[in-house]
Design a protein around this ligand. Structure first.
Ligand SMILES: Cc1ncc(COP(=O)(O)OP(=O)(O)O)c(N)n1
Ligand SMILES: Cc1ncsc1CCOP(=O)(O)O
Ligand SMILES: [Mg+2]
Length: 213
């Protein structure tokens, strides 16, 4: 097998905590230096636009310096304006096809909940990945959909567009998702709330993914 993390069958997709604590830039750098992280999503649901802009200016160089793609949540126009590596859009986050055109050559990910139909629509529209979840209970977001392993198996058997699994994923419960064919595991709490700190959270997720793969 290749030593190149980009060739790994399943990789870690890190999402920021909902509110950035003081000193977050250093915590982020330590987390990204601890192991393999494919991409970082900036997800600040309650922040004012200026605060999001400042966070992009501070955090994007930290990610990109480590070859970690920087993806903005929710806002395709701001992602284009700030030259982020991509955007993640939910089903209520505006015009997916318009975002595809605006962000040609960049990463576009789409939330598909537990829906085969939404995933096929996203794939046909040109999404770079489809996100399914929530696979487990989570306190990070009120998740109103629950996805099953069979969805990941079906998707990876039939389509080549990568899948992202999300929702309550930890080092302790992620093995079946990897075995079912998830290409990326997206986590918030498993890293940022790890009892030994975020670097330990990244190491634990990397080890659990490797053991399952
Ligand atoms: C990788 C990934 N998957 C799903 C989501 C959820 O997006 P959305 O449904 O738009 O909900 P919010 O994150 O905006 O609350 C995500 N952000 N990232
Ligand atoms: C953004 C999002 N979308 C569905 S569940 C979720 C939160 C994931 O966070 P955690 O990994 O802490 O459960
Ligand atoms: Mg959204």
């Amino acid at each position: 097998m290749s030593d190149d993390p980009a060739e790994a069958p399943c990789r870690l997709y890190l999402i920021t905590p909902p509110v950035l604590p003081a000193g977050f830039a250093d915590r982020l750098a330590a987390a990204l230096d601890a192991g393999d992280v494919a991409c970082l999503q900036l997800r600040l649901k309650d922040a004012a636009p200026d605060e999001v802009r400042r966070a992009i200016e501070t955090l994007m160089p930290i990610a990109q310096a480590r070859d970690v793609a920087f993806i903005l949540n929710d806002d395709a126009v701001l992602a284009a304006e700030m030259d982020c590596d991509g955007v993640h859009l939910g089903q209520s986050d505006g015009d997916h096809a318009g975002a595809r055109m605006l962000l040609a050559g960049k990463i576009l990910g789409i939330t598909c909940h537990d829906s085969r139909h939404l995933a096929m629509k996203a794939g046909e529209m040109g999404a770079d990945y489809v996100a399914f979840g929530a696979f487990f209970p989570t306190t990070t977001k009120e998740a109103s959909h629950r996805a099953e392993l069979g969805l990941l198996e079906w998707w990876s058997d039939v389509f080549t567009v990568p899948s992202v699994a999300i929702g309550g994923i930890t080092a302790a419960n992620c093995a079946p998702l990897v075995e079912a064919g998830a290409d990326f595991l997206a986590v918030v709490g498993a890293v940022w709330n790890h009892p030994e700190g975020p670097a330990a959270g990244v190491r634990a997720m990397n080890a659990a993914i490797a053991a399952a793969g």
